[in-house]
Design a protein around this ligand. Structure first.
Ligand code: SAH
Length: 273
């Protein structure tokens, strides 16, 4: 970046915590602010979903892992937040690095609240969320004028690990053509049942994108009717996308090379403004 015109990078002051998104995997999807923070940080507290290669861009920082290890339960959220408070009070520049975007199903909000309650100054660096960038790497646009004017991002399980009972799946089914589910594999059967009961069709296109944007990325194209079975065949992390936008992958799967030009059958119409 030294060959770019000057830019006033924010100064990473000792005693601050930066809540920073690492994007879905591919290190090239970090923001410039995230890269700057990696270079400046004294300590990086990172989650399981942060691609290990990204940490190599913080060669002088101490690394603290705050995710699940070998099937053991993850450290309590409160413990992680208080650890951040401690590190900041020691006068360190603390980089809290989270997969995707820290404020999208990432508990970044909760950690930020605890830090603020303890008088620790914070900065938030947004990241590319898996439900948008991960789908783009699979050739699936989350919105397309011929398919949807809205999109719903929803989590497949709540704080207790159950399918979120507080969610009105019927309303979700009716509200948006496209539904993007984070953490949805475990309760895929229940979610599918609720969506179909609310009128979504079993024939509707679905994609399950695992390890999106990493060298391990895999895309399973299926239908809503077959989702419960197919969800059991893959390992997390996975994004489930339900909707006709999934068909666009047949044209836009840029990693596979040129595809069919008109998978929705809508391009014959004259292009409107
Ligand atoms: N803050 C993150 C989401 C954290 S919740 C973000 O904005 O992306 C964890 C869930 O995110 C996973 O269970 C999975 O549903 C999704 N996820 C994160 N990274 C992913 C990846 N590389 N590929 C597929 N899904 C991913």
């Amino acid at each position: 970046m030294s060959d770019l015109p000057p830019f006033e990078w924010p100064v990473f002051l000792p005693g601050w915590v930066w809540l920073c998104g690492a994007g879905p995997g591919d290190p090239g999807l970090l923001t410039l602010h995230a890269l700057h923070a990696l270079r400046e940080a004294d300590v990086v507290v990172y989650d399981a979903l942060v691609e290990p290669r990204i940490l190599d861009w913080a060669p002088r920082a101490e690394r603290i892992y705050a995710g699940k290890r070998g099937g053991k339960p993850s450290p309590l959220q409160r413990d992680i937040s208080l650890r951040l408070v401690d590190l900041a009070r020691q006068g360190k520049r603390v980089l809290r690095l989270k997969g995707g975007d820290p404020f999208v199903f990432g508990r970044g909000g909760e950690e930020g609240q605890t830090l603020v309650e303890h008088g620790v100054p914070i900065r938030v660096v947004p990241g590319i969320s898996a439900g948008i960038g991960g789908l783009a790497y699979a050739g699936i646009p989350v919105t397309h004028r011929d398919v949807n004017q809205s999109v719903i991002f929803v989590t497949g399980h709540d704080q207790t690990g159950q399918a979120p009972s507080a969610l009105d799946w019927g309303a979700i089914a009716r509200a948006s053509e496209v539904i993007v589910i984070y953490m949805g594999l475990k309760h895929a059967a229940q979610i599918t049942g609720e969506l179909i009961a609310a009128g979504r069709l079993g024939s509707e296109p679905v994609a399950i994108v695992t390890d999106a944007t990493t060298p391990r990325q895999a895309v399973l194209e299926t239908t809503l009717g077959r989702l419960p079975e197919d969800a059991q065949r893959v390992e997390p992390p996975a994004i489930i996308c339900i909707g006709r936008n999934v068909l666009l992958r047949h044209a836009l799967d840029w990693q596979a090379g040129p595809g069919r030009t008109d998978p929705l059958g809508t391009r014959a119409r004259p292009e409107s403004a």
